[in-house]
Design a protein around this ligand. Structure first.
Ligand code: IMP
Ligand code: MG
Length: 181
């Protein structure tokens, strides 16, 4: 893996390699294949951050399924604004569907809470949340995160789809913010 990367004003150090990420993603795919065996879930990819994770995950999902996309935004820099903006609504009817939300990272949990609530309001039969990363120390939600790839400390990460003010999404592995020395 490459060394430290600099994005805007911040430095990041290697955190999870491509092969470590791939093991985590395969584990999630296996759990989904078991849990939804015989069903035909609707995966909703939460853009932008989840694009790379979702693309790798879906290649290992072997059950019948559909994939749709939704774009939201709540971050500025390295902190959540607490307000979830819907930038691109989902174009698929969720009523009567088993929805699986695919998210890159659950931090405060506000984004997933809002989206889950909207899906249930639109009569989805079930809504589960599948996230690559989860920060338990930052989570403030009152709901369950069903499928978690890896729990991580409350430190900002980039790469593998995740960005810092627009940069870093194209890095194939994950980097963690470097403590200021
Ligand atoms: P939440 O609403 O606070 O759970 O924030 C969720 C969204 O914030 C995620 O979908 C990410 O897009 C973004 N986010 C949270 N933590 C990080 C991080 O460490 N790096 C990059 N983006 C993050
Ligand atoms: Mg996201």
């Amino acid at each position: 893996m490459a060394n430290t990367v600099k994005l805007h004003d911040l430095e990041f150090m290697p955190y999870l390699t491509e092969s470590e990420l791939s093991v985590i993603v395969s584990g999630l795919a296996n759990r989904i294949n078991e849990k939804y065996n015989g069903k035909s879930p609707l995966f909703v990819v939460v853009l932008n951050g989840a694009f790379m994770f979702a693309s790798d995950l879906m290649k290992e999902v072997t059950i019948d399924c559909e994939v749709s996309f939704l774009r939201v935004s709540s971050y500025r820099g390295t902190a959540s604004t607490g307000e979830v903006k819907e930038m691109m609504p989902i174009g698929t009817d969720v009523s009567g569907r088993d929805v699986v939300l695919l998210e890159d990272i659950v931090d405060t949990g506000k984004t997933m809470g809002e989206i889950k609530r909207k899906m249930l309001e639109n009569n989805a039969s079930s809504v589960s949340i599948c996230t690559l990363l989860y920060k338990p120390d930052a989570f403030q939600g009152d709901y369950m995160v069903d499928l978690i790839g890896k729990e991580i400390p409350d430190r900002f990460v980039v790469g593998y789809g995740l960005d810092y003010d627009g940069l870093g999404r194209n890095l194939p592995s994950l980097y963690q913010i470097k403590p200021k020395s």
